[in-house]
Design a protein around this ligand. Structure first.
Ligand code: AMP
Ligand code: MN
Ligand code: MN
Ligand code: MN
Length: 299
């Protein structure tokens, strides 16, 4: 792996709440200079074969990926899994179970929105969901923008879809232990996604990292589209403190909605072990190139 490896290990396709197909994402990642890519759809590995094939076709190195929704201390935490066997039965069963309550939750969200005069939101959101098994708040946000209730999706989240707002429904996702175990027993690495996004006290955050490590979790996203430059530094410290490898990913969802483009984030701060160094033997290499597994990588 070269020291300037451009790895983007977090993004979403139409299989979950992104607006581009796996093939369109692969082409875009390639055009933006990405060398090592992972598609990490929410709670679903149904896009992995297409993503790996598309990566190969455009000359990108590829790691399998997923982003699992977890409930921890009454908040939703996301666990990214990388480098697992996407055909692993236990992982697929666990993800199916995690996706399970989304339809019911969406109908309850729609009821909440109807109470403030927004009608037909369930059907409206469903139109935006490429995968009806995976109806998410993002699809509701797109419907509310389309119907002129808000100007952009971030405004919808702020006014309607976050805790205490009319379209918010508390949901019970997977347990931290289950999510980490599903990924790990499938041969992959579990990573805490965008830790600065959660609203934990420092004690609660310490518990999250401690329990995550105790269950076999090995990495944390340090450089992500959800973090500020100051947060890169502070979670680099957390990675060192807990002995976790560091990941980098844009969390790209859509050319129109995402603030962070594929492959454009800064490198990882120094003195960290990049997750892809530990996952070298899980990387599906593009046919004509090698990543040079022994070189140190700072991206
Ligand atoms: P869900 O899994 O249905 O709860 O939806 C979560 C998704 O909503 C996340 O993965 C993001 O894509 C999106 N999201 C969450 N918060 C915001 C926000 N403030 N602005 C825009 N999108 C958001
Ligand atoms: Mn999302
Ligand atoms: Mn997330
Ligand atoms: Mn994400």
């Amino acid at each position: 792996m070269t020291s300037i490896l451009n790895a983007d290990l977090h993004c979403h396709s139409t299989i979950s709440d992104g607006t581009l197909t796996p093939e369109e994402l692969a082409a875009r990642a390639k055009a933006k200079g990405v060398k090592l890519w992972a598609l990490t759809d929410h709670d679903e590995v149904g896009g992995q074969e297409r993503a790996a094939a598309a990566a190969k076709a455009v000359g990108l190195h590829y790691l399998t990926g997923v982003e699992i929704s977890v409930s921890f201390l009454h908040q939703t935490v996301h666990i990214v899994g990388l480098g697992f066997d996407a055909n692993n039965t236990q992982l697929k069963l666990g993800l199916r179970q995690t996706r399970g309550g989304r339809g019911q939750r969406a109908m309850e969200m729609s009821d909440g929105l109807a109470k403030v005069g927004i009608l037909g939101a369930y059907e409206g959101a469903l139109k935006f969901a490429g995968n009806h098994d995976l109806i998410s708040r993002t699809h509701f946000a797109r419907f509310l923008v389309e119907s002129g209730v808000c100007r952009e999706t971030h405004e919808v989240f702020r006014k309607y879809l976050t805790e205490g707002k009319p379209g918010f429904v508390e949901h019970r996702w997977a347990s931290l232990k289950d999510a980490v175990t599903w990924v790990t027993q499938a041969g992959g690495m579990a990573i805490i996604a965008h830790p600065a996004r959660y609203k934990f006290s420092s004690n609660e955050e310490f518990a999250l990292f401690g329990e995550f490590k105790g269950h076999g979790g090995r990495g944390v996203e340090v450089v992500t589209g959800s973090h500020t430059a100051a947060e890169y530094i502070s979670y680099a410290d957390t990675a060192r403190e807990f002995g976790l490898a560091a990941s980098r990913g844009s969390d790209f969802h859509s050319p129109n909605e995402s603030h962070t483009e594929l492959g454009t984030l800064p490198s990882l701060p120094g003195g960290l072990t990049p997750v892809w160094q530990l996952l070298a033997d899980r990387i599906q290499t593009a046919s004509d190139q090698s990543l040079g597994a022994n070189a140190s990588a700072t991206h």
